[in-house]
Design a protein around this ligand. Structure first.
Ligand code: S3P
Length: 439
């Protein structure tokens, strides 16, 4: 029998009658998994990736690289062996390249495809096909790429062969690691130096990993400079647990009275962990301990404690850009008002996350006032109800946590896309004592 379409999958979440307890190792980091498989494909030699996120998004990236002629084996669940074809070894695909729901896949691959001497087309699902792609097309065209978008500046993205790309100095108008990465990846195929200056620093995995693979790249807070033609050497990658997936259990443990939870082996890139700063401002009790012998990994211990509303510092917004759905839930359960501003980017994520969170929280009885770039969330009791996710994985998981705190069951519609980033979410939550029923 065919699988149930994602849009028909739902969850019923029961109010949590007991505290949450135990330890969780959430799946591998999405940002690192995408980059590991993509960069290893462009490298000379064989790379082994462990802890690879077996999500729909990262599998889409691996499938696209295979369509471009790269040999990728799966020795075990969560592992990939990538037979790099070298900087100039990709081959023309014989069909459109499907990025599914993944903005990271589409925008980073655009940087790679812009520099090839063959034509290609990137496509995505309905949500991805609504998201803005002029933010990558503009700098890539400045480098000499031939790119056409739909009439609304969205996917499909068509690449036609152009002459050799030229390095540029690009001042990025949006704080976006995806745009920065697309430009740097195109820079690998360009003549001369490619330099990018960011309005505020964003996650730097691309810079760190390209440097580790031997590229001639310099970088610091808010800038990166790459030498065109830099060859990459194969590298073994251990992917840490994804902070953005851990965030749901972290907030659940803050909120469900009496809880004590440990999230293990989590990657703590400082441009990702702004949520911890904001939760601590709200009164959360969270301790972080480095994993012995693994300086880049941390265990996070969370103990439940009452939270109070805060004004989220605008400068923290880029460091927690994926965590706003779950922050909205923390705010709904805090005393007082939480104010979010400077977060207009949330309107162009997998869904309009300001609108969807405001709509769902109001359905559960929470007072939320929307602004163009944020919201005021008034903490208070949540009753039960039925909320819709618009197919957004993080909206679904945020409302699953809300359901644990509500006075009556919460039904969440259209949860299938949780598979894009957090396969095993329901099972993980059941091991720590939550009751989420797939229906
Ligand atoms: C990502 C960058 C962010 C983030 C996304 C992953 C990345 O997007 O929201 O989930 O891996 O580079 P933007 O670059 O659009 O901010």
């Amino acid at each position: 029998m065919a699988d149930t379409p994602p849009s028909l999958k739902s969850w019923k979440v029961a109010p949590c009658k007991q505290s949450l307890a135990g330890a969780l190792r959430v799946p591998g980091d999405k940002s690192v998994s995408h980059r590991a498989v993509m960069f290893a494909s462009l490298a000379d030699g064989v790379s082994h990736i462990r802890g690879f996120l077996e999500g729909e998004d990262t599998r889409a990236t691996a499938r696209v690289m295979q369509q471009l002629g790269v040999g990728i084996d799966t020795p075990a669940y969560g592992e990939r062996r990538v037979h790099g074809v070298g900087l100039n070894g990709l081959m023309a695909p014989n069909a459109a390249l499907d990025c599914g729901n993944s903005g990271t896949a589409m925008r980073l691959l655009s940087g790679v495809l812009a520099g090839q001497s063959f034509s290609s087309v990137l496509v995505g699902d309905a949500s991805l096909s609504r998201r803005p792609m002029n933010r990558i097309a503009t700098p890539l065209r400045d480098m000499g790429a031939r790119i056409s978008l739909s009439s609304t500046d969205t996917a499909p993205i068509e690449f036609s062969p152009a002459g050799k790309l030229q390095g540029i100095r690009y001042r990025c108008p949006v704080a976006s690691a995806q745009v920065k990465s697309a430009v740097l990846l195109a820079g690998l195929f360009a003549e001369g130096t490619t330099e990018i200056v960011e309005p505020v620093p964003t996650r730097n995995y691309t810079e760190v990993m390209l440097a580790e693979m031997g590229a001639a790249i310099e970088y610091g807070d808010g800038f990166a400079r790459l030498q065109g033609g830099s060859r990459l050497q194969a590298m073994d990658v251990e992917v840490p647990a994804d902070f953005s997936s851990a965030a749901f259990a972290i907030v659940a443990a803050c909120l469900v009275p009496g809880s004590h939870l440990r999230l293990t082996a989590v990657g703590m890139n400082p441009r990702r962990t702004g949520l911890l700063d904001v939760l601590r401002m709200m009164g959360a009790s969270i301790d972080i301990t480095p994993v012995q012998g693994r300086t880049e990994l941390f265990d996070i211990d969370v103990q439940a404690s009452p939270l109070s509303g805060v004004d989220v510092p605008v400068e923290t917004v880029p460091d927690m850009i994926d965590e706003f759905p779950i922050l909205f839930v923390a705010a709904a359960c805090a005393t007082g008002i939480t104010r979010v501003r400077g977060a207009a980017e949330l309107r162009v994520k997998e869904s309009d996350r300001i609108a969807k969170m405001a709509e769902g929280l109001r359905t559960l009885g929470v007072r939320v006032e929307e602004t163009a770039d944020g919201a005021d969330i008034h903490g208070g009791a949540m009753h039960g109800g039925r909320v819709d996710t618009d197919g957004d994985h993080r909206i679904a998981m945020a409302f699953a946590v809300a359901g644990l705190l509500a006075e009556a069951p919460v039904r969440i519609e259209d949860v299938g896309n949780v598979e894009t980033s957090y396969p095993g979410f329901v099972a993980d939550f059941s091991t720590i004592g939550a009751n989420i029923e797939a229906i």
